[in-house]
Design a protein around this ligand. Structure first.
Ligand SMILES: [Zn+2]
Ligand SMILES: [Zn+2]
Ligand SMILES: [Zn+2]
Length: 272
């Protein structure tokens, strides 16, 4: 079975996307002498590439990020086959400037052949931080090298999916609600800007906004994500298993969970 790697290429602004994508394709053909066909994304502008081999995927990811980052956001699409960690305390600057993602990926790949990609994390104001999300295919090394020797890592827990229509914890396209978009402040059928009601969370009924990070339902879904990663079970099963919690989500150290994850991961998920 072919292991495919999916690279998304999303335009930063609505310039002539088609022409720019053709330029990317032409550049790749010049480098490699053979055609690479991108496919259009179903939702929104942009395209994706499917690449069979890890080494090629990493090469093209870094190459395209180096050449086209000004006009496109280019990243590797997450897959349940990857194990991701958040790396902290790493040397991620050179001469005072943040290293770009392709540099971080290259530095880590020099030490670990199974690195898929590295991506600097942004804070809630979209500003760069020193933390880097690193994805591996197969085992996560117990000590991650390439970005200094004072790094520590913890398992990367993706944010709980959030529906933009009803504000429940599912993807918007899977939403079963038929009504128009709900107010995230009170759950009513009006725009948030017009809302004069008290806060009433649509997910737990508490006196807070649906996006409140401390909402017990939000915490439960975050905990479920962690359970699905550590126990190798599906997210849906993990949500059912995870009882409502009121304390903060505790992350186990990476080394402890890496073993559990690798024992349970099955390779039956297609990249697309
Ligand atoms: Zn929904
Ligand atoms: Zn409202
Ligand atoms: Zn709530």
């Amino acid at each position: 079975m072919h292991t495919k790697f999916k690279i998304n290429i999303i335009p930063r602004a609505n310039n002539d996307t088609r022409a720019s994508l053709e330029n990317i394709q032409e550049t790749m053909r010049k480098v490699d002498g053979r055609p690479y066909n991108y496919r259009s994304l179903e939702r929104g502008p942009g395209a994706y590439l499917l690449i069979n081999e890890l080494k090629d995927a990493r090469f093209w990811l870094c190459f395209l990020q180096l050449r086209f980052s000004e006009t496109f956001t280019i990243y590797l699409v997450d897959s349940p086959r990857y194990k991701a960690v958040v790396l902290k305390g790493a040397n991620t600057k050179a001469k005072g400037d943040w290293l770009p993602n392709h540099k971080l990926t290259e530095k880590l790949a020099e030490k670990h052949s199974n690195v898929v990609s590295a991506q600097r994390l942004l804070n809630k104001d979209k500003q760069p931080t020193g933390a880097v999300k690193v994805s591996f295919l197969g085992e996560v090394p117990t000590k991650i090298l390439g970005l200094g020797n004072r790094t520590r890592s913890e398992i990367y827990v993706p944010p709980a999916p959030r529906c933009h229509k009803c504000h429940g914890f599912h993807r918007s396209y899977a939403c079963k609600a038929t009504e128009p978009v709900k107010c995230p402040k009170c759950g009513g059928d009006h725009d948030e800007a017009q809302c004069k009601n008290r806060h009433s969370c649509v997910n737990c009924g508490g006196a807070h906004h649906a996006y409140y990070p401390q909402c017990p339902e939000n915490k439960r879904h975050k905990a479920a994500h962690l359970t699905s990663l550590t126990e190798g079970i599906s997210y849906a099963t993990a949500v059912k298993k995870t009882a409502a919690i009121s304390s903060t989500v505790q992350r186990p150290p990476t080394a402890q969970i890496v073993k559990t994850v690798s024992e349970n991961v099955t390779d039956n998920v297609n990249a697309d």
